[in-house]
Unconditional design. Sequence first.
Length: 336
Amino acid sequence: MSAYDAVLVMSFGGPEGPADVMPFLENVTRGRNIPRERLLDVAHHYERFGGVSPINGQNRELIDALAAELKAHQVALPVYFGNRNWHPFLIDTLRQMRDDGVRRALMFVTSAYSSYSGCRQYREDVQRAQEAVGAGAPEVDKLRVFYNHPGFIEPNAANVRRALDAVPAARRGATRVFFTAHSVPLAMSKCSAYEAQLREASRLVAEAAGVKDWGIAYQSRSGPPHVPWLEPDILNELDRVAGEGAKDVVILPLGFISDHMEVMYDLDVEGVERARALGLQLQRVPTVGTAPAFIAMIRELIVERLDAATPRRALGALGPSHDVCARIPSPAGRGD
């Protein structure tokens, strides 16, 4: 008998209509003293897309694909969906799981990397939700991060190859390739393996795609200007390569697994507008989404926890990650 009786897919959450936008942003920023003017600025990003973030819909597609994958491989575990910041809220999902008789679940977090916001914060959210649900709340164990799993690397590499094939052959060799990820404060990055894992994933994707000249850039920076965050910003990199005479740029948001609002606004709106102004041809590579190899990878991560004899696949030199994100202590006590 399996030691687990369910799978929980946990994500960030996003508004699904114009009336949701401000309440969602207030949830995300609660306790951080963000000026309302800043929230209104971000709300305008959602307005461009009808007040709907695609993240919930994309996660439901992932859950449907995962449920079918598990069924096809005789893994009899129901899949639940919970969010940190919007419906379905995690606390409601854990309460439903308890009522359904779930006692112990495996959690897939929609983040490939180790960082406070991509790992430990989710675990803290689970602990708070368990305390709120009270007696009978299910135990939840997080699956390992998967930045170097072949099921993540290979579909990303295939997407990069397709993007490069769309560049005219005469210019393809001079195309600049960037891998982007969400920027985080330097203080946070120093307490996690985030940068090292992102660089390794980028190297593995570039190698698999046959790309020799590539770089890493960051997007979605927020917070006070005086707080240092990871750089360079992708918009600044577009300025730089255009100044060096580049004509074509390929960008893969490797720090994300779905084409949600930050990807769409930062790259498909701001990035495209900047590239157009600079005379650059920009190919934005789609994220892995529900690529069959990626869905199979999630099933593998689940099975390796059900059966300790299952091989733990990983590419490159860093090997498979621990089940619990490794933590590098910081003065504030916050790591992965």
